[in-house]
Design a protein around this ligand. Structure first.
Ligand code: PLP
Length: 476
């Protein structure tokens, strides 16, 4: 048969697709046996690839051979049960299948009208999460607020900054450009995405106030209020504050309620960032850490970190969707349509920076339905339980010390000798390929971080890691 054109036919897709699913299933069966941290050097991957793109198309089998031979060695296995570095970025079968289905449907969901299910499923799942996690009802799409899936917590935060800027300047900055002397408040432990957002939305780094933290590395609200008063005296206009539930460095929890009360008094937009630890709210027993969230004007957490949903998937909520839409809405002629005109629908392109959007809600919907609330609660609380157990082992060890009792699933600890020893310990462990963990610096000291939350991580992986850490420390 002569080739009609260059496309992959549905028959070929069916055949190769089944093989690829098998490949992924095999990968999950094997992932524990790979060195967790990729052991390649810079340039190692590219030097094996042909200098030019192929003139003639190649077989799918040839591509997969190259994946095995040239790509896999350059993979750091985030899905390994022995991955304890940074923060988890876990995924799961239902999520992967949802992602595949989204690619298969290939819809563009910029407006309700461009694929109604893409919008309505998203609003619905976001409202489900409000109830599942005990979030304030004000965040529901059916109320004044609403939720949207963004790519990342960084972009959610930048969107919140834009809304706050426009609220404070009567939507004039959008019209006139420039921006008066507005200032924002974070702690020294706030994620760097706030500083990045401040640069992007034109506030300027020098208008970011970094507030001191207490011995638990949580922001000190009184210091924030002192700084606000000083700024007001000097003619600055406070407009934005970010509180974090579970900082990336050490899992610290800012006192959201106290910060929120101050924000209310001074008419400051409070954004609460729970990108890394927000999934804990699915378990009622951890909701005390979220106390005061109803004072937030916006909130974000990442199912793509700790809710078995593959990257990218950030859940961003606002208290008042009208502000968000007023800040970002533009309606060119070619996008005009009756549903939008009547105001009967949500057009998510007004809820973030980009116009186009894919059908991300599918994978989240699959995850929630497959696990059920009960399944998600079980696994999240199990991760936290394992982290507490690990913290207990560290605490009882004569050679190691614990930073503090972790609220969620990140344990910061160190060997009682010096920084250089701890760094060498970490490097040796990571080079072994048997596990992967990273570090942070707190109060000028080097601390190891053990983040426990991979989909397949079980107690014996954590036990094994602790044994390896102790053995490696003794060898020095
Ligand atoms: C990881 C993290 C972010 C950034 O997340 P992205 O989705 O990658 O932008 C922001 N804040 C906190 C607290 C985080 O842990």
């Amino acid at each position: 048969m002569t080739k009609q054109d260059y496309h992959m036919s549905p028959e070929q897709f069916r055949e190769q697709g089944k093989k690829l699913i098998d490949w992924i299933a095999d990968y999950y069966e094997q992932v524990e046996n790979y060195p967790v941290l990729s052991q390649v050097s810079p340039g190692d991957i590219r030097k094996n690839l042909p200098a030019n793109a192929p003139g003639q198309g190649e077989s799918f089998d040839a591509m997969m051979r190259d994946v095995d031979q040239f790509i896999l060695p350059g993979i750091t296995h985030w899905q390994s049960p022995n991955f304890f570095a940074y923060f988890q970025s876990n995924t799961s079968g239902p999520s992967i299948l949802g992602e595949l289905l989204s690619a298969g449907l290939g819809v563009q969901g910029m407006l309700w009208a461009t694929s109604p299910a893409c919008t309505e499923l998203e609003s619905h799942v976001m409202d489900w999460l409000v109830d599942m996690m005990g979030l304030p009802q004000q965040f529901k799409t059916t109320n004044q607020g609403g939720g949207v899936i963004q790519d990342t917590a960084s972009n959610a935060l930048m969107t919140a900054l834009l809304c706050a800027r426009e609220m404070k300047t009567n939507f004039e900055t959008n019209k006139l450009g420039g921006c008066p002397k507005i200032v924002a408040y974070v702690s020294s432990q706030t994620h760097s995405s706030v500083e990045k957002g401040i640069k992007i939305v034109g506030i300027g780094q020098r208008n970011l106030r970094v507030i001191d933290v207490d011995e638990h590395l949580a922001m000190i609200p009184e210091k924030m209020e002192q700084q606000i008063k000083k700024d007001l005296d000097e003619g600055y206009i406070p407009f934005f504050a970010c509180a974090t539930i579970g900082t990336t460095s050490s899992n610290a929890v800012d006192p959201v309620r106290a910060i929120g009360e101050i924000c209310r008094r001074y008419d400051i937009w409070l954004h609460v960032d729970a990108a890394m630890s927000g999934s804990a709210a699915v378990c009622p027993e951890y909701r005390n850490y979220f106390d005061g969230l109803e004072l937030a004007k916006s909130y974000a957490f990442n199912p793509h970190k700790w809710l078995f949903t593959n990257f990218d998937c950030d859940c961003f909520y606002v208290k008042d969707k009208a502000v968000l839409i007023k800040t970002l809405s533009i309606l060119p002629e070619y996008l005009k349509n009756e549903a939008t005109e009547k105001g009967a629908v949500i057009d998510y392109r007004d809820w973030h920076v980009q116009l186009g959007r894919r059908f991300r809600a599918l994978k989240l919907w699959f995850v929630i339905r497959y696990y059920g609330v009960e399944g998600l609660q079980y696994h999240i609380s199990e991760h936290i339980r394992l982290a507490q157990e690990f913290a207990g082992w560290v605490d009882q060890s004569p050679d190691f010390e614990l930073l503090n009792q972790p609220p969620f699933n990140l344990v910061c600890f160190r060997h009682k000798s010096d920084d250089a020893f701890n760094k060498k310990l970490m490097d040796t462990l990571n080079k072994s390929g048997k596990l992967f963990l990273t570090h942070t610096v707190l109060n000028g000291q080097f601390w190891l971080r053990m983040s426990i939350g991979q989909t397949q991580t079980k107690r014996h992986h954590v036990e094994n890691a602790w044994r390896l850490i102790q053995e490696t420390a003794e060898m020095k």
